[in-house]
Design a protein around this ligand. Structure first.
Ligand SMILES: [Mg+2]
Length: 233
């Protein structure tokens, strides 16, 4: 992390009393053992069997959440079918997810400096709870908010899940930051009026997160843990 961005990060963390933490990316790679493209392919097959072939604009990324987004444009019945199958796949995936290096360290730094953390995710809350319990991390998280199971339009970049997390922690937007690895997280953070911290875990993401307008960007969760510990709570 450069001196300039360390400085920016210090300014952000001075104001931040609570952290809204994205799950897939900053905490773990949920689909490490059950690859996302194969889940997306299975969901797309389900949608097609239901009479709704997924258009390339939704299936091209091979992201299961995009298939759910498509189902949301079709209606409640397909949404429920895809949501149920995806939630089952996520719960299975949580059992073989790969922990993100530095994630526990960051959560401990938040705890040590008096900053409660709410996990705010487009994944299902059940999968998040299962993963955190398996990793003995439940005590490091004050709240868990997953996606709305009936309306995929409320997934990030909508600010909805961030707002639910802030309600749980009883915190105002100007005291909160979202930490996330996609431009979707940054957009949701901007819509919720919170600080935005990008976690660039892949080459190319740094520039993407920066041009999305993230207040600060880090490349490892260790960096974020160090910067968090360095600021007096
Ligand atoms: Mg993510």
């Amino acid at each position: 992390v450069s001196d300039r961005s360390a400085e920016r990060m210090a300014k952000v963390m001075q104001n931040v009393r609570t952290v809204l933490l994205d799950f897939d990316g900053p905490v773990c790679s949920i689909f490490a053992g059950l690859p996302a493209p194969s889940v997306a392919t299975a969901l797309a097959a389900t949608a097609e069997r239901a009479g709704h072939p997924v258009p390339p604009v939704y299936s091209g990324s091979r992201d299961p959440l995009d298939v759910l987004r498509y189902a949301g444009t079709v209606g409640p019945a397909l949404t429920k079918t895809v949501e149920d199958e995806l939630a089952r796949a996520e719960l299975a995936a949580a059992g073989s997810a790969a922990p993100t290096p530095g994630a526990t360290e960051f959560l401990r730094a938040c705890q040590a400096t008096g900053r409660p953390v709410a996990v705010v995710s487009n994944n299902s809350a059940a999968a998040i709870r299962s993963y955190l319990a398996r990793q003995d991390m439940t005590g490091l998280v004050a709240a868990i908010q997953g996606r709305n199971a009936t309306d995929p339009r409320l997934m990030k970049p909508s600010p909805d899940v961030l707002q639910r997390g802030m309600r749980d922690l009883d915190v105002r937007p100007e005291q909160a930051a979202i930490v996330g690895d996609t431009v979707t997280d940054i957009a949701a953070g901007q819509a919720a009026n919170v600080y935005t911290i990008g976690y660039a875990n892949k080459p190319g993401k740094y520039a993407d997160l920066q041009s999305a307008g993230a207040d600060a960007v880090v490349t490892t969760m260790h960096e974020l843990a160090d910067l968090t510990r360095a600021i007096i709570a």
